[in-house]
Ligand binder design. Structure first.
Ligand SMILES: Cc1ncc(COP(=O)(O)O)c(C=O)c1O
Length: 351
């Protein structure tokens, strides 16, 4: 296989999963492992199965369809009206906030002679999905409870996403208030309270019952929490490493010569004149990844720009004498793993 490619270290992913289980267990939290960032590729799903993760969660039905597991499959994004039957067929549990959709899920589940579990999402201020926490839950909860093929399995919330709101005890307290109200309406305990994502990790000591589950994506692949972006002790941040090949290596001026109009993407570019610089072009571009989201393992290198198929890397300060055909390696961010794993032009190598 040629380049570019992503090398994926299965042992490091397994280690991150084990470490995360050890972090969550003392707080009595189960884990949904979020698989969308690597398009639910089978070699990593296999590791989740071997590590006995109970819930595998993905935002895309196309990914859930391919997952082979005995674990519960969870649809992380609210189901769309156009994919109700597929939702019931390919997920055991889905996150929901719309009555019309829940009704349709009930009809589809009835046709398939199934019960579909739902987690009702509660918006506690981050302003992405969910019924706003201060709304009246009673009519909705009673209506859901009356549906014979829907089980109100849990309540969930998502923070540090759209609004960047942190899961402090004050914010999470809003979810806990809703849990109490809903349990009073139902007259029973709710089975799952899914209290958030990788941003929750710095707040584990403040996490009080009834939260009993977190949905974890980034911390498993990058070994970091997402409230402040700190690396978690004992976790690996290099499960995924990008390799790309140098196809041109030349010294050129840093400031373009000639009158400047728009670049290939319709934007007027800005340049600082830093004199002559040595630059490598690697065979990878915006179609695969944003050059600002890849970090050279040789820290003297700097990706400075890109077009669809070319990323320009400043190599002037490098100790190593790079040559055309050399391979540059990069650590990644969540968004670059997401786009590179989604690109059919990037090879995936599991080791
Ligand atoms: C609803 C939901 N829960 C959890 C996650 C996982 O978030 P993180 O990667 O920060 O752990 C995501 C995003 O992938 C999500 O959309």
């Amino acid at each position: 296989m040629g380049y570019p490619k992503i090398r994926i270290d299965k042992a490091k992913y397994r280690q991150n999963i084990r470490k995360m289980k050890n972090l969550l267990a003392p707080a009595n939290l189960s884990m949904m492992a979020v698989t969308k960032v690597y398009c639910a590729e089978a070699p990593l799903i296999e590791i989740l199965n071997e590590e006995h993760i109970e819930f595998l969660a993905d935002s895309r039905l196309d990914n859930l369809k391919t997952i082979e597991t005995d674990a519960f499959k969870v649809l992380l994004r609210l189901p769309s009206k156009s994919s109700i039957e597929e939702t019931v067929r390919h997920s055991d549990i889905s996150l929901n906030s719309e009555w019309t959709i829940i009704q349709k899920l009930n009809e589809a589940a009835e046709k398939m002679n199934k019960t579909h579990k739902i987690i009702l999402m509660v918006d506690i201020g981050d302003l992405r999905e969910g019924v706003y926490y201060s709304d009246d839950f009673e009519p909705l909860v009673q209506s859901i409870e009356a549906l014979p093929h829907i089980e109100l399995f849990g309540l969930g919330t998502n923070v540090t996403c759209y609004g960047g709101v942190l899961p402090t005890s004050e914010t999470i307290g809003k979810l806990n208030g809703v849990v109490k109200k809903v349990e009073r309406i139902l007259g029973r305990k709710i089975e799952m309270v899914s209290g958030g994502n990788s941003s929750h990790i710095p707040f584990l000591s403040e996490t009080i019952s009834p939260i009993n589950n977190l949905r974890i994506g980034e911390a498993l692949v990058l070994g970091r929490e997402t409230s402040y972006g700190t690396t978690l002790e004992g976790f690996f941040d290099d499960v995924f490493i990008l390799e790309a090949e140098i196809i041109e290596l030349k010294e050129k001026p840093s400031y373009p010569e000639g009158e400047i109009g728009m670049n290939a993407f319709g934007k007027k570019p800005f340049f600082k004149d830093e004199g002559q610089r040595k630059r490598a072009i690697i065979a990878l571009g915006k179609q695969d990844v944003d050059h600002n989201e890849i970090m050279p393992c040789d820290s003297s290198l700097h990706p400075i720009g890109s077009s669809s198929d070319h990323i320009i890397v400043d190599v002037t300060d490098a100790q190593k004498q790079y040559e055309v055909g050399d391979i540059l390696t990069f650590k990644l961010t969540y968004s670059s793993i997401l786009s590179l794993m989604t690109s059919p032009y990037v090879g995936k190598v599991y080791e």
